[in-house]
Design a protein around this ligand. Structure first.
Ligand code: PXL
Length: 283
């Protein structure tokens, strides 16, 4: 049977359960081959830690891509996450041109949360990230990232559904077919949290919510994006992939609630054995 292959382009945070250290196990557990291009090696992620080390691997990216061209590698999906510089954004666009013709280009424009950009990110960087999103097929920003990319003022939720829909229309107006907003809480149902996705080609929206767990863990956006990209690479529909990713993320958060030892990341490892259960669900 055909095995899909994803390449994920983002950093390795050696400690902290995010970016490649969650993308690799989650996508692999879905039965999807996972190639990687590490963009930097950090001792920890940048949220909640200070004094972390950072080895930049920018110059390796075009070299890896050039070698892969000689090997003739092909990918079913290209999944980008945290990217650390303008130069890397340009390289991702080049990678899309070189390897993206038949691949799903999936961009998680990781830049911030709760109205704040992570250390080192600027409004100018967000505008350039919008250009990467323009070249993508599917993007999965949260409200902070969507507002930064569109140059809109951020307002904390809950939101009206039409507000989110309008932002998703504007995001796809950048050039990508599909935009999915993560971490959505609507005013008429504040006890739920979920994702609204818009397929601009079909002009259709889908959404999926679960109970709003009143806790914050780092790295859940990466878990969500990895599961959604893995599901799409398996050829599953947008609606089903959103649902799979939300359900898996919620399960990981539930496993971690009450565990004060690990605020830097969720206990996703204990949920991985059950991940394939979601894949049995069909449209
Ligand atoms: O989880 C997103 C992420 C990935 N990589 C690094 C980060 C963050 C968020 O802060 O700092 C290095």
């Amino acid at each position: 049977m055909y095995q899909p292959r994803i390449v994920s382009i983002q950093d390795i945070s050696c400690f902290g359960k995010c970016s490649l250290t969650v993308a690799l196990p989650i996508i692999s557990a879905m039965g999807v081959e996972t190639a990687i291009i590490p963009t930097a090696i950090l001792s920890t992620h940048t949220a909640g830690f200070t004094g972390y080390t950072w080895r930049d691997l920018t110059e390796d990216i075009p070299k890896i891509a050039a070698h892969w061209k000689t090997v003739g590698l092909r990918f079913d999906a290209i999944y980008t996450g945290y990217l650390g510089s303008f130069e890397q954004l340009g390289m991702v666009k080049d990678f899309f041109s070189d390897f993206g013709k038949d691949a799903l280009k999936f961009v998680d424009p990781v830049m911030g949360d709760n109205g704040k950009l992570y250390p080192g990110f600027t409004p100018e960087f967000a505008r350039e990230m919008a250009n990467v999103c323009a070249a993508a097929d599917v993007i999965v920003p949260n409200m902070t990232e969507a507002c930064a990319m569109l140059g809109l003022p951020y307002r904390p939720g809950p939101y009206q559904e039409e507000e989110i829909r309008e932002i998703l229309r504007r995001l796809t107006g950048l050039g990508c077919r599909t935009a999915a907003m993560t971490g959505v809480i609507l005013a008429d149902a504040p006890d739920r949290q979920g994702v609204i996705a818009y397929d601009s080609k079909e002009d259709s929206f889908c959404s999926y919510y679960r109970e709003n767990l009143d806790v914050k863990f780092h790295g859940t956006g990466d878990i969500y994006a990895s599961a959604m990209c893995g599901s799409l690479a398996l050829g599953r529909s947008l609606a089903l992939s959103v649902r799979t990713a939300v359900d898996f993320t919620v399960e990981c958060i539930e496993k971690s609630m009450g565990d004060d030892e690990h605020p830097y990341g969720v206990r996703f490892e204990e949920c991985i054995p059950y991940l394939t259960r979601y894949l049995e669900k069909k449209d």
